[in-house]
Design a binder for this molecule. Structure first.
Ligand code: CA
Length: 206
């Protein structure tokens, strides 16, 4: 009987641990009790850092149902599981997302953050700035049926720069990322590579 209780305890513990594991898709608004979301997410591939504008026409031309996505407050963009701060321009201020209106956001491509966990020793990752698999990050545009209180960039209209005292210096960091060649990491005496991600494996050569 003791063994039985031990088994039950072990099972419950394993179940609890499994339940506690995040899947990484918690940011998706799933319909309660359903495997799919009824909310639509449109993927925007970003590989270069910059500020991006997606217009009403862009959305319309790419199958986004903008005629039913009429409330500017409900637009959202997610990246890496987090809602991004965006600017939704309602150009004619009619509180309807229509022709001429647009969404702007800051985006950048991938880096090596997700690859780090692949290495036997995480600190062996040679290039944290360059992904092994993909240079294109996914930004997801969506329209929330639940929330009008979404993340927005604060708009600043202050241009009275003469009122500010200049700083005496600033610190700037510049990173030159090399990703021209792939180094396969450790090899044995037959020149065969270790099949796990080992020290020095990755893109980092010019
Ligand atoms: Ca409008």
């Amino acid at each position: 009987m003791k063994q039985f209780y031990t088994l039950i305890t072990a099972f419950l513990l394993a179940h609890t641990i499994c339940m506690a594991q995040p899947y990484g898709n918690e940011w998706i608004a799933f319909t309660s009790g359903q495997p799919l979301s009824t909310q639509q997410y449109f993927r925007i591939g970003i590989w270069q850092e910059g500020v991006y504008r997606v217009s009403y026409a862009d959305m319309q031309n790419n199958g986004v149902p903008v005629t039913s996505w009429f409330s500017p407050d409900r637009f959202q963009i997610y990246a890496n599981g987090k809602e991004q701060f965006i600017h939704v321009a309602d150009v004619n201020a009619d509180n309807i997302f229509g022709p001429g209106d647009y969404v702007e956001f800051y985006g950048k491509g991938t880096d090596g953050a997700y690859d780090r966990a692949l290495y036997v020793n995480n600190e062996d990752q040679p290039n944290p700035y360059f992904s092994i698999y993909n240079d294109t990050a996914s930004y997801f545009l969506t329209y929330s049926p639940f929330s009008t209180n979404n993340r927005r960039m604060p708009l600043l209209t202050d241009n009275n720069f003469g009122a500010y005292s200049p700083e005496t210096y600033f610190i700037s960091e510049q990173v030159k990322v090399y990703g021209g060649e792939y180094n396969i990491g450790w090899r044995d005496y037959n020149d065969i590579a270790d099949n796990s991600f080992s020290e020095g494996e990755g893109f980092f050569i010019q």
